[in-house]
Design a protein around this ligand. Sequence first.
Ligand SMILES: C[S@@+](CC[C@H](N)C(=O)[O-])C[C@H]1O[C@@H](n2cnc3c(N)ncnc32)[C@H](O)[C@@H]1O
Length: 451
Amino acid sequence: MEDNECRDGRKKVRLANTPLSASQILTRILPSGGGDAENLQRILRLLTSYGVFSEHREFGGKRMYSLTEIGKSLVTDVEGLSYAPYVLQHHQDALMSMWPLVHKAILDPTIEPFLKVHGEPAYSYYGKIPEMNGLMRKAMSGVSVPFMTSVLEGYNGFKGVKRLVDVGGSAGDCLRMILQKHRFICEGINFDLPEVVAEAPSIPGVTHIGGDMFKSIPAADAIFMKWVLTTWTDDECKLIMENCYKALPAGGKLIACEPVLPDDSNESQRTRALLEGDIFVMTIYRAKDEEDFNVDLRDNCVSLGGPSEKEKQISVFVEDEVETAEFPDEVGFIFSPRNASTCTSDEEVISANEKANALPEFSRTPGIKTFHKDGFHDFGSARLDGENTWSVVSKEAKALVHLNENALCSSSSQPTCKANKSGKDAQKSRSPKLIAINCKNVYIWKLDFTF
Ligand SMILES: C[S@@+](CC[C@H](N)C(=O)[O-])C[C@H]1O[C@@H](n2cnc3c(N)ncnc32)[C@H](O)[C@@H]1O
C-alpha cells in the first residue's frame, strides 16, 4: 500500500472544509446536474442545529456550510476511515425494523427482537449477507482505529507478550495497531468467524484464523478482546472466558475492553451513548443481560479453573478506578490475595501464589447458579468464608483501583475512550455484566470506554 493510498486503493484526500452553499454542495454530489438545493438546505439547517455543520452567513446573506468536528468524523479520513459506516451499519433495514419492537425485549427477554423477527441471531444473519458483513467490518474499522489510538496512548499492558490473539478482531485493525506500537509482539492472531476473516486484509505479522470462540480460541500469551463480551449474556461470556483460560498459559493475560454502563442516569453525552448502546445490544444481540442485578451478585462469577490447576501465578485483574470506586461492598469485582502480592510491572498487576487464592467455585452450567461456600481456600493467612470473603475482596478491589493509573485513557473529540480519574468529577460507572471473574493464572485488564 502506497503512502498516499487508502486501504481500499483510493488516493488519500485532505479535507479543505471551505464553506459551501447548498447548491455548491449539490454540484459536487451530482456533477451531472439535478437535485433540489432548497431541500438540501433544509436538511443542512437541521444538521447544523445538531452540530454536524457550521452555518456561515456573510452579512446575513446566503447560507454556507462547513463541517464541524462531528461532521468531519463522518468523512473518510486520510486513512480511508470514517465513522460513517458505523452509522450506516446501525441504520440498515434489518436493524432499523427492530426499533418498533423494543418492547418485545421487555415482554419476553429470553429472545432478542432481532432473533424473533429474522429467525436467527444477528451475527449469523450478517454472515449470510456479504454486504452486511462487509459493512460491519468497515464500521468496526472506522470506530476502532481512533478508539485504539486513545487506548494505546494510555494503556501499557502488552509488555512481555510475544503472541497475541484478538478474539472477535473483525478486520484486524486493533491488532495491527497494537503490533505497530509494540514491536516486541512477534505474532498476532486475528480470530473471528470464518466468513469475517475470509475478507480481512493481509496485515504484516498477523495471521487471520476463522473459528468460533464458543468452541475454542487459538493459544497465545495474551488475549485481547474489544466489544465482544458486551453483546453476549453472562453465561455466554463465561463460556468465552473459559475458552480464553484454556488458550492461555499460566500467567497469561486477558485484556477485555468493553463499554461499562454509568451508575448515574444523567443527561451527559457519554451516559446517553452508553445507555443507547445498551438498548442496541438488548434489541439486536441479547435481550437478556444478567439476572437481576440485585440478586446475589456472586452468582455472576465464574471460576476459571479449579485450585489444583496450573500451579503458578494467580491472577489479579485490575479494574478501572471509575468502576471500583462505585462498588457496594458485596460486589467482588476484582480480587487479589493482597498479602502475598507484589506489583510486577509498570502496568501494576499484582500477583501471588495460586495457593493463596481465596475464590469460590461457581457453577458453570448456564441457567444454574450455585454458590459453593465450601469452595474457599486460604486467603493468605486469613481463613475467609461466606459474606466476609466478598466484603474483603471488594475492599481489596477498592484499594487496587489506585494502582490502575496506567489503564486510564485520554479523551479526544474522536469516538474515544474515556476513563476518569478519581476525585469529585469521577464519572461513576459499573458494568452491568461480568460482575466478578475468578480467573486464576490469568490477568485481566478491563478498560472502561465509551465513544
Ligand atoms: C462488535 S464486533 C467487535 C470487532 C472488533 N473487536 C472491534 O472492536 O473493532 C464483534 C466481533 O465478534 C465477532 N464474533 C461474533 N461471534 C463470534 C464467534 N462465535 N467467534 C468469534 N468471533 C465472533 C464478530 O464477527 C465481530 O467481528
